[in-house]
Design a binder for this molecule. Structure first.
Ligand SMILES: Cc1ncc(COP(=O)(O)O)c(C=O)c1O
Length: 463
């Protein structure tokens, strides 16, 4: 029997994990048999049977039929409390009546003109108020937002190189698909990481124009900026990493990043696709008090509709205004998306709503921490605003290399199976987190905790 004693103390029996994983997978297959049938059908028309590869899952994705508030129902009729929340989009809760009313009110008056409507002005005004950046443009996704940000940084500086944080995801355009989840053996030196393309299809010449630096290490950033002085256009980063569980910035790190990028004439981009509408009214920018040159938004900002936005300084906006940097899109500022965004930002995700999200999150995190302690699991909780997670690592992680070497993938996968089989809809994958909505009640939190405790009890039980 292979038993490890972790720093946190509990004996982790690898054979038991394997056995429980097999058992839970079998339960999962039985509970979601209809999804299995949909999967067979979908395989004939979509690679992996899904519209986007992030929706893939082993043995198959759970096909969803409907959602209401904090609950979703799959095609087998299973009801779940939804902690996946559309990859962190549905902070307003499913089928939110206010957002639905706003969209319905718009829908009978024409849904698309490719000419500006008042809605785009209202949403841009609200984003200006929230984030403190003066000028905004709209997009249709997070990928488009970060693509526009790369163009702005390069266009403003006339430089080609871009910096990103190792192990971060910023959408799937060529320049961003570098060092996203590089394998351990491909990383290279921590101080000089190799630019690793994330999959095939990107010209090598472009991959090399994006360089990675470790998160939470301003000195490493300083060394790169000094070495490549005058060559770097921009640094794109999530101010709190949210694609390898959640890693908050160390105290003083973001302030130092701002100073260093300013000193080297490098445009600082905060990719707030995940954090923007979920961790405070002004996202991470508001929460941490460091203002970048560019903010990119999408996900929760438009209340479940496919929209995004780019916030920028007046200097950068001038480049867009005079067409030095082209920012385009037929559907940008689509009236339905703007109606949803306006209702989301001005009626639903109000200051009070963020307080409720934070309180619910703190309750959930504290109760998870108590279970971790009681069962002496090698894990800890992390979270900000509406976002949180249990990280299966015996010690804190501060950057991607910690995530790769310290997070226990087997425990993470098993916890996911327990959640799914106990009525908690969770993001598949080791690296994701929960997102709360304003519809999450004490009951939903209790349901999550009951599933997590069952997992903790069974995984640490002897024999
Ligand atoms: C931080 C971050 N940036 C950009 C994106 C890309 O957004 P989208 O999937 O809307 O293109 C994502 C998606 O998960 C993200 O997490």
């Amino acid at each position: 029997m292979s038993v490890e004693t972790t720093r946190a103390g509990a004996a982790i029996d690898r054979e038991r994990i394997a056995e429980l994983t097999e058992r839970q997978k079998q339960i999962f297959r039985e509970r979601t048999a209809r999804s299995g049938e949909y999967f067979e059908r979908a395989l004939k028309v979509m690679p992996n049977g899904v519209p986007s590869s992030f929706q893939s899952n082993d043995p198959w994705p759970v096909y969803i039929e409907r959602g209401e508030g904090a609950r979703v129902w799959d095609v087998d009729g299973n009801e779940y409390a939804d902690f996946h929340n559309g990859f962190g989009v549905m902070c307003i809760g499913h089928a939110n009546p206010r957002v639905a009313a706003a969209v319905k009110a718009r829908i009978d008056h024409g849904t698309h003109f490719a000419a500006p409507t008042e809605g785009s002005i209202i949403v841009a005004e609200e984003l200006q108020r929230r984030f403190g950046l003066p000028q905004w443009r709209f997009t249709n996704s997070g990928t488009e937002s970060t693509l526009g940000a790369f163009h702005l940084a390069r266009g403003a500086t006339g430089r080609d190189l871009m910096l990103k944080i190792e192990g971060s995801y910023h959408g799937h355009h060529d320049a961003a698909m570098v060092s996203v989840y590089p394998p351990l053996e491909a990383l290279g030196e921590r101080d000089d990481p190799i630019s690793v393309p994330y999959g095939a299809g990107y010209p090598r010449a472009l991959t090399e124009l994006t360089r990675a630096v470790p998160f939470n290490d301003a000195e490493a950033l300083q060394r790169v900026l000094e070495k490549l002085d005058g060559e770097i256009a921009g640094l794109i980063m999530e101010p709190a990493m949210m694609n390898i569980n959640i890693i908050p910035p160390r105290a003083g790190y973001l302030e130092r990043v701002r100073e260093l990028t300013d000193a080297h004439g490098v445009k600082l981009i905060f990719d707030e696709v995940k954090t923007g509408a979920t961790i405070s009214p002004g996202g991470a920018t508001g929460r941490f008090g460091v203002v970048p040159d560019i903010v990119t938004l999408a996900k929760a900002t438009c209340g479940g509709y496919p929209g995004g936005a780019i916030g920028m300084t007046a200097e950068l906006a001038a480049l867009v205004a005079d067409d030095t940097v082209h920012q385009y899109g037929t559907f940008n500022g689509n009236p339905l998306v703007m109606a949803a965004a306006e209702a989301t930002l001005t009626e639903v995700l109000t200051e009070d709503a963020y307080e409720v999200l934070e309180d619910t999150n703190e309750t959930l995190k504290a109760a998870c921490a108590e279970i971790i302690e009681r069962y002496r699991l090698p894990a800890y909780t992390e979270g900000i605003g509406a976002k949180g997670c249990v990280i299966f690592s015996p010690e804190r992680i501060y950057e991607y290399r910690d995530y790769l070497t310290k997070v226990d993938g087997e425990l993470s996968t098993l916890a996911w199976l327990y959640h799914m089989n106990h009525g908690i809809f969770m993001t598949p994958g080791v690296e994701e987190e929960w997102t709360l909505s304003i519809a999450h009640s004490a009951d939903d939190v209790q349901r999550y905790l009951a599933a997590f405790e069952t997992f903790a009890r069974e995984v640490t039980a002897a024999g």
